[in-house]
Design a protein around this ligand. Structure first.
Ligand SMILES: [Zn+2]
Length: 365
């Protein structure tokens, strides 16, 4: 079978490799689609962000079957100990593989396990025609989810965790700062969870149009001050919940003009700022600003979490997309054919503005 093999940072080839056999707790899947996350594109070019050392160690060991944690794949064979999945199931991977033996894992708090292994980082991912994957982090998706949406489901499942941890109350005014893949998802989920008004802030007209189509109130930050816009909508009070979904470099958390500082200014006294985006590097804070205004700064868990006896976030995310209670597919604007298009997909991920891309590119296998 063919697979992408990374030979160094920024260097890869499509290579013939041996088709893997699934272990007892694994499934063999035929990969239908892979979506290259922006994080993966940045890791591939060598940026020193989270997982960089893992990637470097694997490259140095000549073990370049990296990336491919967002995918749609069909189960073709199940290991002897796999009970939840069957041949023919289409699956995605909302979670990672907890170690199973630390204190967190032993007490039912796998989401906090410090030794989780990730598909595509610690384990070979889906940038191949077939992959042998641990069954535990996989979830089957219903028929109503297209292959494109299935490959885009993993970040949506992460957004669902963010939305649940925001603790939204009926009627809340919510603001999402940044309406990329994550912010767009958080905004729609806030409405589903009972928010009264959800403001979507961005600078890309196409994203603001999508947000408006889904019932969010678009604010173009190039034309008006988002903080003032939210204050005006709330009689000067501010938003109950703010999703900071831009991330990236910012010098200061609570002052200045970065997205996070803007998020704190947008929140009402006693409100909540949910950190959705990944802040790169360090920042300075003036804790007094948080303390005086009683603002909570929530850093949500990642992966999969049980939300009740009947559902976990991985299955719930798929169900919400299946019957169009949330749209993720309209951000899949670039679909490429074959593993050979990997480098182009990376370039789209790193420079979406050059391609008019709303979200990451997908490879159809
Ligand atoms: Zn553990």
């Amino acid at each position: 079978m063919e697979a992408i093999v990374c030979t160094d940072f920024g260097e890869s080839t499509v290579r013939e490799v041996e088709r893997p056999d699934p272990g007892p707790d694994e499934v063999l899947v035929a990969v239908d689609r892979v979506q290259l996350s922006v994080t993966e594109c940045r890791l591939y070019q060598g940026d020193p962000i989270a997982h960089h050392e893992t990637v470097r160690a694997r490259l140095e060991a000549g073990d370049g079957r990296l990336f491919g944690h967002e995918f749609c794949a069909t189960v073709v064979e199940t290991g002897a100990e796999v009970g939840d999945l069957a041949a023919g199931d289409r699956v995605y991977a909302p979670g990672k593989l907890p170690c199973g033996s630390c204190r967190y894992c032993e007490t039912g708090h796998e989401e906090y396990c410090p030794d989780k292994r990730g598909i595509g980082y610690d384990l070979p991912g889906a940038l191949a025609e077939f992959a042998a994957l641990p069954a535990a982090p996989l979830r089957a998706v219903p028929d109503g989810v297209s292959d494109a949406a299935c490959a885009a489901l993993q970040p949506f499942a992460s957004a669902l965790l963010c939305a649940l941890e925001a603790d939204i109350s009926p009627g809340d005014t919510v603001c999402t700062v940044g309406t990329g893949v994550m912010g767009y998802a958080c905004g729609q989920l806030a409405l589903s969870l009972g928010a009264g008004t959800v403001v979507a802030v961005d600078v890309v007209p196409a994203k603001l149009d999508r947000a408006a189509d889904r019932g969010l109130v678009p604010v173009d930050a190039r034309e008006s001050d988002p903080v003032a816009a939210v204050r005006e909508l709330t009689d000067g009070v501010g938003a109950d919940v703010v999703f900071e979904a831009v991330g990236g470099d910012q010098s200061h958390g609570t002052d200045g003009d970065g997205p996070l500082a803007g998020a704190f200014r947008t929140a009402r006294n006693g409100g909540t700022v949910v950190q959705v985006g990944h802040v790169v590097g360090d920042l300075t804070l003036t804790p007094r600003h948080l303390r005086l205004r009683n603002v909570d700064w929530v850093n949500p868990a990642r992966g999969v979490r049980q939300v009740g006896p009947n559902a976990d976030t991985g299955t719930l995310a798929a169900a919400l997309v299946a019957d169009d209670r949330a749209d993720i597919e309209s951000y899949v604007t670039h679909e490429l054919d074959g593993l050979a298009a990997f480098e182009t997909a990376v370039d789209i991920g790193l420079h979406p503005e050059n391609y008019d891309a709303l979200g990451p590119a997908q490879l159809r296998l």
